[in-house]
Ligand binder design. Structure first.
Ligand code: NA7
Length: 553
């Protein structure tokens, strides 16, 4: 039990941890609905994932038209995006603007990490233990323990960097950077330097061309070749912008009726089987030029359509990269398009035509260790001045497990999730009453537009809270059988998505050694997910257990 578990009066109704898309909206909703709310954020500013991932080239791969809030007419009307795919700095500025517009910035204690959250069976309250930045280094202990009735961990799906599982990382004497934790207090200067980049996921694919423009040389350490397709980037279409501004509520409603919480700007008009060989090739070429190759066919999700698109992109890589040996190594052969996150760039493959860029294929020559002066592979020692780790995240369940969470009867989240995350509708866990986990595992999450998801999940959470309040401040958690059913449904939904269960990816925890393998993204689509959440609200939460008010309160 937490230190303050015997105190019976809460310090506030709601605590929101994190201030990205979900956290900002949660703070706004809590206050709008009349709750006394506090926020905690480990960064010095709002933005969440978009605050930390400020490496050169960081950019969103969802179109700005829809990667945005729609809950507030003025936020929609006053903000002008500069590009269809906004960069990191612009998105963080947008989130700051939205937070200021909603008047919630003063509710947040910045530079404050939440270390633990402990539920009291006696009082029904959560004790949230925080550590402010000044005390972080010394590990002197918590400087505040705050009691609340509802706890919302809006801490993101990709916010817990994966510790690089590489021998000797700390031995390197040169400069070392992580894309997930890029320095804010200096401009990193690569001019004239020998740079190594480890990792070729979305972050690596974005940072590598930027570094290659100025560095003396760049060694790209690639373990798995990835699909990289043309970006959506370009000027905003004023007609779309004004149509969104006309009726943001309608846009919000429509997005929730789609598969991905998003409106694709372009999609192939024909079904795969309607076309002959020549027709398919023409459709693929059109889609490549039009920057929507992953959706080249109306039914691009069919395995045979997906296989054709995958082959087509492989062919494009061979065309774009001049050296055939390098091209061959850059071709993804072990998974279909979509098995891992599809990366976007218009300059990534072309970068390998530059004389200062060299690909190191780790499947042929694995890294043996990082040394004081560089990286040693099984074939050579490469001297480096700088190493950039673009090695990814302990995704979805990682951020939750990084906080020491204890629920009913002293059960820890680590125990509850020993075999991988279990929850119902991606938001609540059996045995952890009134704890909400937006953006975590088992929601449409990273297969959907996270901005749409943030609004939908926070609305669902506050519909749950309001329902409880109407019944005299009881406590709620999903039944064990409900979350078992939901995990099974998530697994079944993944079976219908090409490559989902056959690819080693962070979607299933395969990127973190020792992490239980559970597919963590609900693939049934946003609409079905939203409908399932609405059915709970409308039906009086039939899949949950309502606990009586705690004895002491
Ligand atoms: P990702 O997509 O997880 O990419 C991480 C990359 O780092 C990937 O290429 C990994 O290879 C590689 N990696 C990880 N560990 C190692 C070791 N030990 N040795 C060599 N290479 C390694 O993370 P990102 O940050 O790029 O993108 C995450 C999401 O953020 C992205 O999807 C967007 O939604 C935003 P692997 O594929 O595991 O063989």
């Amino acid at each position: 039990m937490g230190k303050a578990s015997d105190k019976m009066i809460p310090d506030c109704d709601v605590i929101v941890v994190g201030s990205g898309f979900a956290g900002i909206y949660a703070l706004r909703e809590a206050r709008r609905r009349g709750f006394h709310v506090r926020g905690f954020e480990k960064a010095p500013d709002v933005g969440g994932t978009w605050y930390w991932n400020s490496y050169p080239g960081a950019r969103c791969d969802v179109a700005s038209y829809y990667y945005a809030y729609f809950f507030d007419r003025e936020v929609v009307r006053q903000w002008n995006w500069s590009n269809v795919c906004a960069g990191q700095e612009e998105i963080q500025r947008y989130l700051r603007f939205a937070a200021e517009h909603c008047g919630i910035v003063d509710l947040i204690s910045f530079n404050t990490t939440v270390r633990s959250a402990t539920y009291s069976d006696d009082t029904g309250l959560w004790a949230v233990e925080t550590l402010a930045k000044e005390t972080l280094a010394k590990e002197t202990g918590a400087n505040e323990t705050v009691l609340c009735r509802y706890l919302i961990l809006a801490i993101g799906a990709l916010s817990e960097p994966k510790t690089p599982d590489i021998e000797g990382v700390q031995n390197f004497a040169g400069e070392m950077y992580f894309t997930s934790y890029w320095p804010k207090d200096k401009v990193v200067d690569f001019r004239g330097k020998r740079v190594g980049v480890i990792g070729t996921g979305s972050s690596g694919v974005q940072v590598i061309p930027e570094v290659a423009k100025v560095a003396r040389d760049v060694h790209v350490f690639q373990r798995t070749a990835n699909y990289v397709v043309p970006t959506l980037a370009g000027p905003m279409n004023p007609a779309i912008v004004s149509s969104l501004r006309e009726n943001p509520d309608a846009v919000r409603g429509k997005l929730r009726q789609t598969y991905g919480g998003n409106q694709p700007l372009n999609i192939g008009k024909h079904r795969f089987h309607e076309l002959d060989e020549a027709g398919r090739l023409a459709a693929l070429e059109r889609a490549w030029e039009g920057h929507y190759v992953a959706l080249a066919f109306w039914d691009a999700h069919l395995p045979e359509a997906n296989a054709a698109i995958s082959d087509f992109v492989r062919g494009k890589i061979r065309e774009l990269v001049r050296d055939p040996r390098t091209a061959h190594r850059l071709v993804p052969w072990d998974h279909p398009l979509g098995g891992k996150r599809v990366c976007q760039s218009d300059i990534y493959f072309q970068t390998f035509n530059e004389p200062n860029v060299k690909l190191v294929c780790l499947r042929e020559t694995p890294i043996e260790s990082v040394t004081r002066d560089g990286i040693t592979t099984s074939a050579e020692t490469i001297p480096l001045d700088v190493i950039i780790y673009a090695t990814g995240f302990d995704a979805m369940s990682g951020p939750v497990l990084a906080i020491d969470i204890t629920g009913m009867n002293g059960l820890s989240m680590k125990q509850a999730w020993a075999d991988g995350p279990m929850n119902y509708l991606g938001t609540m866990v059996n045995g952890f009453p009134n704890l909400f986990l937006p953006s975590s595992a088992m929601s449409p999450s990273v297969f959907s537009n996270m901005a749409t998801l943030a609004e939908q999940q926070i609305d669902f959470i506050f519909d749950t809270v309001s329902w409880l309040e109407e019944r005299g401040s009881a406590r709620i958690h999903p039944r064990a059988d409900s979350q078992k059913r939901w995990r099974e449904e998530t697994l079944q939904s993944a079976k219908r998505r090409p490559g989902a269960l056959t690819t080693k990816s962070w979607y299933s925890g395969a990127n973190v050694p020792g992490k239980p393998r559970v597919f963590m993204v609900y693939c049934g689509g946003f609409k079905r997910y939203h409908d399932a959440c609405s059915a709970e609200v409308e039906g009086g939460f039939p899949s949950y257990e309502l606990l009586p008010p705690a004895v002491s309160t």
